[in-house]
Design a protein around this ligand. Sequence first.
Ligand SMILES: CC(C)(COP(=O)(O)OP(=O)(O)OC[C@H]1O[C@@H](n2cnc3c(N)ncnc32)[C@H](O)[C@@H]1OP(=O)(O)O)[C@@H](O)C(=O)NCCC(=O)NCCS
Length: 331
Amino acid sequence: MSPDSTDDLSSSEGDFAESFDLADGRHLEVRRTTTKDASLIWGFYEGMTALDRRRRFFGAFRPDLDWCRGWADVGSRGGFGVIAIVRDEGNDAVEVAGEAGYALRSDGDGDLAVTVAQQWRGWLGAYLVDVLVRHAPIDGIENLQADVLLENGPMLATLQNRGPVALDHDDGVVRLSIGTAATPTWPKRDQRRRVLVEIAGGRWSGERQANEAGLATAVCSGPTRLGRRGCPVLKGEHCPLADDADAIIVLLDPDDEQTALMIESHLRMSPGVPVLARRARDRSEGEALDGRDAGMPEGCVEVESPPAHAVQQILSLVGKREPDASPQVYA
Ligand SMILES: CC(C)(COP(=O)(O)OP(=O)(O)OC[C@H]1O[C@@H](n2cnc3c(N)ncnc32)[C@H](O)[C@@H]1OP(=O)(O)O)[C@@H](O)C(=O)NCCC(=O)NCCS
């Protein structure tokens, strides 16, 4: 039940609206939220299971009406929110199917959240994320970030389809970033030195130490896990994360020919940026691999282990770089 009878279900609010005819004759309307949607959102959250609540709010948090009003009004603070409502043939609203939105982050990206009612799952979540991704460039937002519990398979799958990079891991939570135009970029107001790490699984054991040392990290799972768009570097295109990195660490399988191609492309397309990699097992024994050069690629630095040493190695490398001449990097 709604706690606020002044709220209504008007469909003409805001500047975004899309609707779908459903097979049963009803309609699904997706439109921008306003403060009038506060009680609808509140009622929707009240109906969530404990598991969904934990996945959405990371605990037993129960949003009250004020919280919902603030979230519904996120558009007035540089963000964007939408609600999905099912209407019957008489155009009466019958249920909330989902809600999604992003809030503006201090680093210039958006902070994304999405919830879909259990009976509407399967496609609506991906669609709502798509609505946010389409709208974000209008707000000048290049990336949408989301904190996701590592146990939240559906949300991880939803974002995985968009080729995310991991910006942080903390206590069972990963912070993922998806690009709103193509590949993710570095958050434009984060002024830390930038280290792009390419590693299968998208998790680097040096991440925490690098962050504590004042480095920003973006961890990419490599070409096989990059979603529909694929890896721009392997297509001969520029990757903005590589272009604007201060150092690139390639920890993908060093015996894989694709890894050699990635390293070669990084060296060619990001001149002056240190590229660190592992020596192929076969190569470390001085054997030629399929007749190829047995050494590290020219211009590539062998990454030190353990990770703490690698972080020190990166600090010494990026510390030696001349300041970047292009001023547009840190807006
Ligand atoms: C995350 C959420 C919005 C996704 O909704 P949805 O896209 O409509 O539908 P689903 O939940 O079925 O998830 C879709 C994807 O997850 C996958 N999936 C479903 N259950 C899964 C599981 N247990 N493990 C891994 N993947 C799973 C589906 O195969 C699908 O992936 P695909 O598009 O590659 O085929 C919805 O699950 C939800 O509201 N969850 C609770 C709130 C929440 O976690 N919000 C995110 C907070 S950041």
